[in-house]
Design a protein around this ligand. Structure first.
Ligand SMILES: [Fe+2]
Ligand SMILES: [Fe+2]
Length: 142
């Protein structure tokens, strides 16, 4: 059980680094987008930030509750000047995030942390909506 708890804590810190990355990525891309669709793309990227910050807050609070220290280091943000590549980077990040949280929900269950499992499942609902929006935007993108 102690091993399960340790790997859950390590995993939640990895998730937190990725949420901070998402905040920085969406904030940076909102500023960088260009061309005739700049207003829409800027608003779209900005609209993702509150969800990701909420996820980060949940993870940081939960890490503290588990007696761990939350990371302050974000995962690396891929940079680009191209709108389409920004959307592709964001889609890849959301897909990887869903895979990570799916593993995390199983880990939480193994560690007997059912409330964490349920809250992570709620986060998966948010990330799936982000992924689906990005897929729709990239469909037929010239
Ligand atoms: Fe998130
Ligand atoms: Fe997301």
């Amino acid at each position: 059980m102690a091993e399960d708890r340790k790997s859950l804590i390590d995993g939640l810190n990895e998730d937190l680094a990725a949420e901070y990355q998402a905040v920085i990525m969406y904030r940076t891309y909102a500023s960088l987008v260009s061309g005739p669709y700049r207003p829409e793309l800027r608003a779209f990227f900005e609209s993702e930030i509150p969800d990701e910050l909420g996820h980060a807050a949940f993870l940081a609070d939960k890490l503290v509750a588990l007696g761990a220290v939350p990371t302050t280091t974000p995962a690396q943000v891929p940079t680009t000047q191209e709108n389409r590549v920004m959307l592709e980077n964001a889609l890849r990040a959301e897909e990887e995030t869903i895979e990570r949280y799916t593993r995390r929900a199983q880990q939480a269950e193994s560690a007997g942390e059912i409330a964490i499992k349920v809250q992570i499942e709620d986060i998966i609902v948010d990330e799936s909506r982000h992924r689906d929006d990005l897929r729709r935007m990239l469909k037929d993108w010239k």
